[in-house]
Ligand binder design. Structure first.
Ligand code: MG
Length: 369
């Protein structure tokens, strides 16, 4: 053995963990976390693990297409490579268009393997700036009273004081909703995500009416409304965060330099490690705030996102969306993440600290009866 830890096999196992309630998105509803467990095996016996999250309404990938892409396109391209050849691995992954979650999950699993091989946490390998991260919770839908009850529960049980409110369906009601939540929580970090639900004109009305109430505003109107989106950024006194308009590095560069986004949300599940690092450094160099956002990660992805967020100052000093795993009735890891005083402590175990409980996995995997 020459210490190279060459990739021998990539294993993909589908699993489904029910959510404790239905989670509503602008693009649909979810009642279970139907993800894939991706394990990279090397010739030394060292392995690395990640999860892949299908989001057909955003990226076009399904559970079936994710597994197919990993098994028939990605695994053959990476067979025999050392896990340390990360630049070459990313170069080869770039020759497969799209398939963002498939490529990211494999790259994350390879970084986990690197940490496992070295006996060092990925958090340390990526910079080790802070040891915990402030968590944002994404509030469910409902009227102001429902949301305020949820805000109180998050505060009282977990100490969470950073809140994201989903808006974008009715600008008048949304202004009222934000006003009520801000009155209730004057000290909290509060931002909204409209998921392109407003027109640019509505978004301008919204940013003017909520001036002084929000910390930033996510995806107020469609990226396709190119000039309108730039006008919203100009009209807003707080940053406009790009999420689904800025998936790839090229999109981030175009949206930021075109002044259509002035803050960026990174999702490890769609840009992996190398591309996420490139986006973070680009933003940091320009003084554009960048935070780590959620793709609906289970505890596995949460460990990865938290390690990445805490590793560098730019992302460690902003709250990260790390609370979604609380919606899952269980977790595949032997030691799931914990939120205390509104913060999530980063794993100091080798890799991303992902130790899978085999019995729990057997219970939730969906590839056998
Ligand atoms: Mg979003």
């Amino acid at each position: 053995m020459n210490g190279q830890h060459r990739i021998e096999r990539i294993e993909v196992l589908p699993f489904a963990i029910p959510l404790t309630g239905t989670v509503k998105f602008a693009t649909g509803t979810l009642s279970a976390a139907e993800h894939l467990l991706v394990t990279v095996h090397t010739d030394s016996g060292v392995t690395g693990t990640a999860e892949a999250i299908p989001r057909p309404m955003i990226y076009g990938e399904t559970g079936v297409s994710l597994a197919y892409a990993i098994e028939t396109l990605i695994a053959p391209a990476l067979m025999g490579m050392s896990i340390f050849e990360t630049a070459q691995i990313e170069h080869r992954l770039r020759h497969l268009a799209g398939n963002v979650a498939a490529k990211s999950s494999v790259e994350i699993a390879i970084f986990d393997a690197i940490g496992n091989a070295l006996g060092v946490s990925c958090h340390s390998l990526l910079g080790g700036f802070a040891h915990d991260v402030r968590c944002t919770a994404i509030l469910g839908s409902g009227d102001a009273a429902t949301l305020i009850a949820e805000v109180d529960e998050l505060h009282d049980t977990l100490g969470i004081t950073s809140l994201k409110v989903k808006v974008g369906l009715d600008v008048t009601k949304d202004i009222e909703l934000v006003t009520r939540v801000r009155e209730h929580s004057p000290q909290a970090v509060i931002y909204v995500d409209a998921n392109h639900g407003f027109t640019a004109a509505e978004a301008i009305r919204f940013v003017r009416a909520t001036e002084g109430m929000l910390d930033w505003i996510e995806e107020p109107c469609a990226a396709e409304e190119v000039l309108g989106r730039a006008a919203v950024v100009s009209a807003s006194t707080v940053p406009v965060l790009g999420d689904e308009s800025c998936i790839t590095t090229r999109e981030v560069v175009n949206e930021v330099l075109g002044a259509r986004s002035s803050m960026i949300g990174l999702k490890l599940q769609r840009t992996g490690i190398t591309q996420s690092q490139r986006i973070r450094e680009f933003c940091t160099a320009l003084g554009v705030p960048v935070l780590v956002a959620s793709q609906g990660d289970s505890g596995i992805g949460t460990n990865v996102s938290a390690s990445f967020a805490a590793a560098q100052a730019s992302t460690a000093t902003l709250p990260a969306e790390l609370a979604y795993f609380l919606h899952l009735e269980n977790d595949l890891m032997t030691v799931p993440p914990v939120i205390r005083d509104g913060r999530l402590a980063v794993s100091s175990q080798p890799g991303f600290g992902i130790a899978i409980d085999k019995d729990t996995l057997n219970h939730y995997r969906t590839d056998k009866d």
